[in-house]
Design a protein around this ligand. Structure first.
Ligand code: FAD
Length: 373
């Protein structure tokens, strides 16, 4: 791989960096839940510039830009620690563009494009996380409506979002992945309740209970029992922006600054570990570019993305961990950045697919080991 961004792409990067100057103090890459009004304002400002629809086709109001633009945008937003990418303009909108009816495109895409409408992902359940084919939340068709009952958990940002992109069982339990459908559910609808689940880093995930929630049948996106393909394609679309590598470089730089403040930066043992980590940070960037390169060549990037996710999330942990190894009690101080990095990095290896599942995927699909999935 010999990867270079074009002059236009680099010019776009410069515009993004300049734009982000106004959001340097936002610091919502971690703990977005505490800062949602400002994050929403950031997304609206991005929407005004067409940056929430960079990769959408022009026919549906998008900018029709190559995939590298989204990569650059979210890498710089991650570097600025401003926010994580909104799930609405990526996962949800791209699924609607591919599988939605014309009426659904007209209704849902414009507010998503301008940053007004936001979604949480309702996939996982207490007994269905890695194995989503065993989802139990049920949607029953009754005339022009579906009635939904079930329990979802670990929904990021659901406390602030407008809608849930909900994975439900519409076929038999035995039909596994072939009996699932996707719905848009208003989080304010009757029968929906959202409850916060505190996380180790002081943020929150949520559980969502749905008790006989009635939604119009035209809020099912894609065919009944056809969710599996839609989800796989949406995820593939988003792989290059979910784990921006500059976030890791920023973790490393902040950790080095902190060690310097503690007067530890001249210790040879510290310097040896830092030089190893510096190389790993470069490797993270390489893994991320391999995902982008695969997608640009029209491949799925599934194996590259899984390798990237495992490596990046584990390097985040190693960076944060080294502050504990060298910094002693100061690194345990609540509120210190290195402390937040450590507690936050613990869940990075779970959300978006666990390290075991990612390794298994690389083994089977990348290395051809252990039979079919
Ligand atoms: C920060 C964070 C944000 C999240 N955001 C969302 C969200 O917005 N929406 C949403 O729907 N979900 C979300 N999740 C849920 C997340 O997708 C699941 O936690 C994850 O897929 C793991 O599922 P689980 O927790 O049920 O663990 P399990 O699947 O029960 O796994 C438990 C352990 O067993 C291992 N394991 C399971 N199966 C296998 C196997 N076949 N081979 C080897 N090892 C295996 C796992 O690796 C893990 O170590 C989030 C989770 C976190 C931590």
């Amino acid at each position: 791989m010999n990867f270079c961004f074009s002059e236009e792409e680099e010019a776009f990067r410069a515009r993004v960096v300049e734009f982000l100057e106004d959001y340097r103090d936002l610091d919502a890459f971690f703990g977005q839940g505490h800062k949602w009004p400002r994050v929403k304002a950031l997304f609206r400002a991005m929407g005004e510039r067409g940056w929430l629809s960079l990769g959408w086709p022009p026919e549906v109001g998008g900018e029709g830009k190559p995939i590298a633009y989204e990569y650059i945008l979210w890498d710089e937003v991650g570097n600025a620690r401003a926010a994580r990418n909104p799930l609405a303009s990526g996962i949800v909108a791209k699924s609607i563009i591919r599988y939605g009816s014309d009426a659904q495109k007209q209704k849902w895409l414009p507010p998503i494009r301008v940053g007004d409408l936001h979604f949480s992902l309702g996939y996982s359940e207490p007994e269905a996380g890695s194995d989503l084919a065993s989802v139990r939340c049920r949607a029953e068709r009754r005339g022009d409506t579906y009635v939904i009952t079930g329990h979802k958990c670990w929904q990021s940002y659901a406390q602030d979002m407008d809608c849930l992109w909900l994975l439900c069982r519409t076929g038999t339990q035995e039909s596994r992945g072939r009996g699932l459908s996707l719905f848009i559910v208003d989080l304010e609808a009757r029968g929906v309740s959202v409850r916060g689940l505190p996380t180790l880093d002081g943020d929150q995930l949520n559980e969502v209970h749905l008790e006989g929630v009635e939604i119009p049948a035209d809020q099912r996106v894609g065919p009944e029992n056809g969710a599996w393909t839609i989800m796989a394609e949406a995820l593939a679309d988003e792989r290059h922006i979910q784990f921006p590598p500059k976030r890791v470089r920023r973790d490393f730089e902040e950790m080095v600054d902190w060690l310097r403040e503690q007067g530890l930066d001249s210790d040879p043992a510290v310097r040896r570990v830092l030089s190893d980590l510096a190389v790993e940070v470069m490797e993270v960037e390489m893994y991320a570019l391999r995902v982008l390169d695969a997608l640009q060549r029209g491949q799925t990037g599934v194996v590259e993305a899984a390798a990237n996710k495992v490596f990046q999330s584990e390097v985040c942990q190693r960076i944060a961990r080294s502050a504990f190894d060298f910094g002693g009690p100061e690194a345990l101080t609540n509120g210190a950045r290195v402390n937040t990095l450590w507690r936050q990095s613990l869940w990075e290896t779970i959300g978006g697919g666990t390290s075991e599942m990612m390794r298994s995927l690389v083994a089977r699909r990348g290395l051809g080991l252990g039979g079919r999935s």
